[in-house]
Design a protein around this ligand. Structure first.
Ligand code: SF4
Length: 274
């Protein structure tokens, strides 16, 4: 996708390919704390080279447009769940799914935990200077066991109904499960007892509707997912090791962006040298 660098007045400006804020890059073996978000950890799992160029070398990675329709479903759901949080009652979706014993978790930090840009769940990784962060969509509580339940809202548009097994086995949803595992790791590390089941609250827009007429209808699904955190520390150790090295790691050979850059460099440099 084409991403033009713009100033605060939205005017296109010169793109250098590097970020200007030096504190947003990690210097191998630095002593100061450095934040790694859930999204950056996911990038590490997908492509070590891109993660390294971004976090250590300060490359300014092209962005993607914000998903405003998805964000709107999240925003409206948040309002519904906040209403129930205040009253400590189960949300209609929980009642429909025979989960009347679950209510939105009422905690003074809930807004910070949901702020993925500035706060999120925060955990210092063992004896390193790496601070792990991750902004959750919501946290519920089982009123019987008192355990916390991690919730992630997902919006999509797919014909027909959604089957939980298919949803979780879809290779495109692999990253969703990693996301949930990471939140479970953070929340457990922060000292909370976390229920072994988390939930994807999936809002599926009905493409079968006859017309738009200023309205998009959705079906809602609660998809339980049994998280697993056994694998996370091995990967985090690998990540910290990589950040403290001065060597650029291998790329992901399936990445179309790198293949594009490669073709671009070959063609342009060939033409320039002729
Ligand atoms: S393979 Fe893709 S993700 Fe990795 S460095 Fe290249 S562009 Fe980035």
């Amino acid at each position: 996708m084409i991403d033009l660098k713009r100033n605060s007045k939205k005017k296109p400006i010169l793109a250098t390919g590097l970020r200007t804020k030096s504190s947003s890059s990690y210097n191998p073996n630095q002593k100061q704390d450095f934040k790694i978000s859930r999204g950056k950890f996911s990038n590490f799992l997908t492509c070590k080279r891109c993660f390294y160029l971004d976090r250590v070398k300060g490359f300014d990675v092209p962005g993607t447009p914000s998903w405003t329709l998805n964000e709107t479903t999240d925003f409206l759901l948040k309002k519904e769940f906040d209403y129930c949080r205040k009253k400590q009652i189960p949300h209609r979706l929980l009642i429909e799914n025979d989960l009347n014993h679950i209510v939105p978790f009422d905690h003074p930090d809930i807004d910070n935990w949901r702020d993925s840009l500035h706060r999120g769940l925060i955990l210092k990784y063992k004896n390193t200077n790496i601070i792990l962060t991750g902004g959750v969509d919501d946290i519920w509580q089982d009123t019987v066991s008192k355990k916390l339940i991690i919730v992630d809202y997902k919006s999509q548009a797919k014909n027909g109904s959604i089957d939980s097994k298919e949803y979780l086995e879809d290779p495109y949803h692999e990253a969703y499960k990693i996301q949930m595992d990471f939140y479970a790791y953070l929340l457990s590390g922060m000292g909370f007892e976390v229920d072994k089941y988390s939930y994807f609250l999936v809002c599926n827009a009905r493409r079968e509707d006859r017309e738009f007429n200023k309205k998009m209808n959705f079906d809602e699904y609660l998809i339980p997912y049994k998280w697993s955190i056994d694998w996370i520390e091995d990967k985090l150790n690998e990540m910290v090791l990589l950040m403290n090295k001065d060597k650029i790691p291998a790329s992901n050979q399936s990445c179309k962006n790198c293949a594009y850059s490669d073709q671009y460099a070959r063609l342009i440099f060939k033409n320039l040298s002729e």
